[in-house]
Design a binder for this molecule. Structure first.
Ligand SMILES: [Mn+2]
Length: 341
C-alpha cells in the first residue's frame, strides 16, 4: 500500500468542503469497476467530510451481473438528465477521464477529482485532484487503498461490490492484474458476503440474452485467430463486451471483435489474449475521428454516432471497420470461416 494513496487522501481532505455536495460520474453504460469505485468514493467522502454524494451516468446498466451489483451496492444511481451539475460543489469522475467521449461530463465543466487506470488524457492534467494509475487492473483497487489508508473498513455490501469489480475487471486477477490488485482483493475478501457475491456472479438473465447469444453464434466468423461477430440491434450497449469476452474463449483465438447498434450509436468491443498488445490505441486508430474509443492493454471499446440508421449504411460501416481491424492485425480480409456452420 502506497505512500501515494496516503498523500492523495490528505489532498482529498483539503479539497472537499465539509458537508459539500459532490456529483460522481462513472463512464456511460457503466461496468462493475466504475460502479463500485463510485460507491467507494461516496462511502469515503461521507466518512471523511460528511459530504453528500450522488452517483450518475449516461446510458444504462444492461448486463445482468452489473444490474445485480448495482442493486446491492450502497449507492443509488440518478439519471444524468435529471441533475443539474451547477448544484454541486464539485464533480468527480471515476474509471474515466475528461474528453474520452464515454462519459456525461458537461463539456464546459472541469471535474475536481479524477480517479482512473486508463492512459492519462491531456485535459486531466488541469484537474486539481487526479490519480491515474495505468499499471492497476482496476480503479476499484485505488479506492480500496484509500479506504485502507483512511482506516475505514468497508461495509459488507461495499466490500462485496469492490471485490466483485476487481475480480471481473481482471478476470479473476488473471488479466492485467498487478500486485496492488491482488493485495486489494485479499484485503476485501474477509469483509465480503459470499452468498451476495454468488448472487451477482450467477445472476439470472432475461430471454433477450439468449436471443443475442444466438445471433452472436450465427454470425461469428474466424479469421486466422481473430473472431468477429456482428450482433445487429443490441439489447443493451455493453452486450458487445460481454460477447467479445465469450468469443475470446475459443481455442487459439488471439483477438475477438464484436459490433452492434444501440439507439443512435454503433458500439464495438475488442478483446485480446495477447498480454503485450495495446488494444486501446489499436481501437483508437481503427475508429479514427468518426467516433470515440479507448481502453487498456487487453480490453477496449468504442462508440460511433450513426448519422444514418439505415441497415445498409450500418452494414457498410461495420464491414469497413472489420476490414480495417483485420488489415491492422495482418490477417486476410476475406469472409473467414463460420464458427458454427
Ligand atoms: Mn476499469
Amino acid at each position: 500500500m502506497t505512500t501515494r494513496s496516503r498523500q492523495k487522501l490528505t489532498l482529498l481532505r483539503e479539497l472537499v468542503p465539509r458537508r459539500g455536495r459532490v456529483l460522481v460520474l462513472t463512464h456511460d453504460n457503466p461496468d462493475p469497476d466504475s460502479l463500485a469505485s463510485a460507491a467507494a468514493l461516496r462511502f469515503l467522502l461521507a466518512e471523511l467530510c460528511a459530504a453528500e454524494v450522488l452517483l450518475s451516468f449516461g446510458g444504462i446498466v444492461g448486463r445482468a451481473e452489473n444490474r445485480a451489483l448495482l442493486r446491492y451496492l450502497p449507492i443509488k444511481a440518478h439519471p444524468v438528465e435529471a441533475l443539474s451539475p451547477k448544484e454541486f460543489d464539485l464533480l468527480a469522475l471515476v474509471d474515466t477521464q475528461p474528453r474520452t467521449g464515454n462519459n456525461s461530463l458537461p463539456p464546459d465543466r472541469l471535474p475536481t477529482i479524477v480517479i482512473d487506470h486508463h492512459p492519462l488524457r491531456r485535459q486531466t492534467r488541469q484537474v486539481p485532484f487526479r490519480d491515474i494509475r495505468r499499471g492497476y487492473g482496476a480503479t476499484s483497487t485505488i479506492l480500496t487503498e484509500y479506504l485502507r489508508v483512511a482506516g475505514i473498513s468497508p461495509d459488507t455490501r461495499l466490500a462485496t461490490g469492490l471485490f466483485y469489480a476487481i475480480q471481473s475487471e481482471t478476470q479473476d486477477l488473471g488479466r492485467e492484474a498487478s500486485q496492488a490488485d491482488v493485495q486489494a482483493a485479499l484485503y476485501l475478501y474477509p469483509f465480503t458476503n459470499r452468498r451476495l457475491l454468488s448472487r451477482i456472479e450467477y445472476s439470472r438473465v432475461p430471454p433477450e440474452y439468449f436471443r443475442a447469444l444466438g445471433r452472436v453464434l450465427k454470425n461469428a466468423t474466424v479469421h486466422d485467430g481473430v473472431v468477429v461477430s456482428r450482433l445487429g440491434e443490441l439489447e443493451y450497449p455493453d452486450m458487445v463486451a460481454e460477447m467479445a469476452d465469450l468469443l475470446l474463449r475459443l481455442e487459439d483465438a488471439r483477438w475477438a471483435i464484436c459490433l452492434g447498434t444501440y439507439g443512435e450509436d454503433l458500439f464495438l468491443s475488442l478483446r485480446t489474449s495477447e498480454g503485450d498488445a495495446n488494444a486501446g490505441s489499436f481501437i483508437q486508430k481503427a475508429v479514427g475521428r468518426i467516433g470515440a474509443a479507448g481502453g487498456h492493454g487487453m480490453i477496449a471499446g468504442g462508440r460511433i454516432p450513426l448519422k444514418e440508421r439505415g441497415a445498409k449504411t450500418v452494414a457498410r460501416l461495420e464491414e469497413r471497420l472489420i476490414r480495417r481491424f483485420l488489415r491492422a492485425l495482418k490477417v486476410s480480409p476475406g469472409p473467414g470461416l463460420r464458427l458454427v456452420p
